[in-house]
Write a protein that binds this ligand. Structure first.
Ligand code: SAM
Length: 295
C-alpha cells in the first residue's frame, strides 16, 4: 500500500470515533506497519510526526502532501524518537495552540519539546478519572501539564493537588488551570519530588480519594536515578498510606517490559486495565495501567 492509501485507510477507520467525540487531537498513524516507521498525531490543522527510523526527504514530502489533501494540514513538526542523532525533515516555525478534548482546554506546544503537553494515549483514562471525581480529593503525581487534574477539577473534585519536579511543567499546569477557569485556591501545584511530597502529605495528615501515578520510565533528581521498575513498590506503598479507605490509585507507565512486583506491596487489590486504550493507539499497548485499591 502506498503512503496516501495507508493514511487514508487509517483515517477511515478512526473517523467515526473522532467525529463522535469532536476530537481535535488524535493519532492518525501508530507505527503499526513496517512501511512507515512513524507515528503521526494531529492537533487541529497541525501534524506532529514522530520518527522511529530515518526517512527520506521524498517520503516526508509524500506524507505532507497526503496529510494536506486528507485533512487540510498546514504545519508539520518532526520529532526524533530514535536515541541517535539523525537527520530529520525541517519543521514549521515555533507554534503554540490551544486544543479541546472532551470540552477541556489544553495549551499545546508543537515545536519546542519532544512532547507537546498532552499524552493522547490516556484520553479515555482522563475521562474515566473525571467520572469518579465529583466531591473527591485528588492527588496527581508526576503531573506534567496537569491533564488528569483538569479533568478531575472540571468534573467537580473538591480539591486537587498536582505534583511535578519541573518548574516549567508546574507553570504549564497553572496555565491549563487558568484556561479552564479553575481557581488556584482549590487546585494546588507543588514543584516537588513525588516521594518527598508523600512524606510532606503524611506530616500534614493529608489523605486522598484518588491518587494518580503516571511516572516516566527513568528520571534523575539530585543525583538519584529513578526507575519505574525498581521504584514502583515505594510509590504504590507510599500512595496506599495516603489513600482513604474506599479510594483508588491509577498507576500507569510506559515501560514495555514492566512487571508489577506484588510481593513488595502492602495488601491491596490490583486490576490491570486495558479497556481505556483508545482506538487510535491500536497495536502494541501504549502503556500498562492498573487500578489499585486497599484491601
Ligand atoms: C510521563 S510524564 C507524566 C505524564 C502525565 N501523568 C500526564 O498524563 O500528562 C512524567 C513527568 O514526571 C515528572 N517527574 C519526573 N521525575 C519526577 C519526580 N521524581 N517527582 C515528580 N515528578 C517527576 C516530569 O517532570 C514529567 O512532567
Amino acid at each position: 500500500m502506498n503512503i496516501h492509501d495507508l493514511l487514508k485507510s487509517s483515517l477511515t477507520r478512526l473517523t467515526p470515533y473522532i467525529e463522535k467525540n469532536h476530537l481535535e487531537a488524535y493519532r492518525i498513524y501508530n507505527n503499526t506497519d513496517r512501511t512507515l516507521p512513524l507515528a503521526i498525531d494531529i492537533y487541529q490543522n497541525n501534524a506532529v510526526i514522530h520518527i522511529f527510523a530515518p526517512i527520506s526527504e521524498g517520503m516526508a514530502k509524500e506524507i505532507e502532501q497526503s496529510l494536506k489533501s486528507l485533512l487540510g494540514i498546514q504545519d508539520f513538526f518532526y520529532k526524533n524518537r530514535t536515541k541517535k542523532e539523525i537527520q530529520i525533515p525541517k519543521s514549521s516555525p515555533q507554534k503554540e495552540i490551544t486544543v479541546k478534548e472532551y470540552g477541556h482546554s489544553f495549551s499545546i506546544n508543537l515545536s519546542d519539546y519532544l512532547d507537546t503537553g498532552l499524552f493522547l494515549d490516556h484520553r479515555e483514562t482522563r475521562k474515566w478519572i473525571a467520572s469518579k471525581s465529583l466531591n473527591k480529593t485528588i492527588l496527581n503525581t508526576f503531573a506534567y501539564t496537569g491533564s488528569f487534574t483538569i479533568y478531575a477539577a472540571c468534573a467537580g473534585a473538591a480539591k486537587t493537588y498536582s505534583v511535578d519536579l519541573s518548574k516549567t511543567y508546574c507553570e504549564w499546569i497553572k496555565k491549563n488551570l487558568a484556561l479552564n477557569n479553575l481557581p488556584p485556591e482549590k487546585n494546588w501545584t507543588y514543584k516537588m519530588d513525588t516521594l518527598e511530597f508523600f512524606k510532606y502529605a503524611k506530616r500534614k495528615n493529608f489523605t486522598f480519594d484518588i491518587i494518580i501515578i503516571d511516572p516516566p520510565t527513568f528520571s534523575k533528581n539530585k543525583g538519584k536515578n529513578f526507575s519505574v521498575q525498581k521504584d514502583h513498590p515505594d510509590l504504590i506503598n507510599g500512595a496506599l498510606d495516603l489513600l482513604n479507605p474506599r479510594g483508588l490509585i491509577m498507576f500507569s507507565n510506559n515501560f514495555r517490559d514492566f512487571l508489577m512486583e506484588t510481593r513488595r506491596l502492602q495488601p491491596c487489590s490490583i486490576n490491570k486495565e486495558i479497556s481505556m486504550i483508545p482506538p487510535d493507539f491500536n497495536g502494541i499497548p501504549p502503556h500498562h495501567c492498573f487500578i489499585i485499591k486497599k484491601q
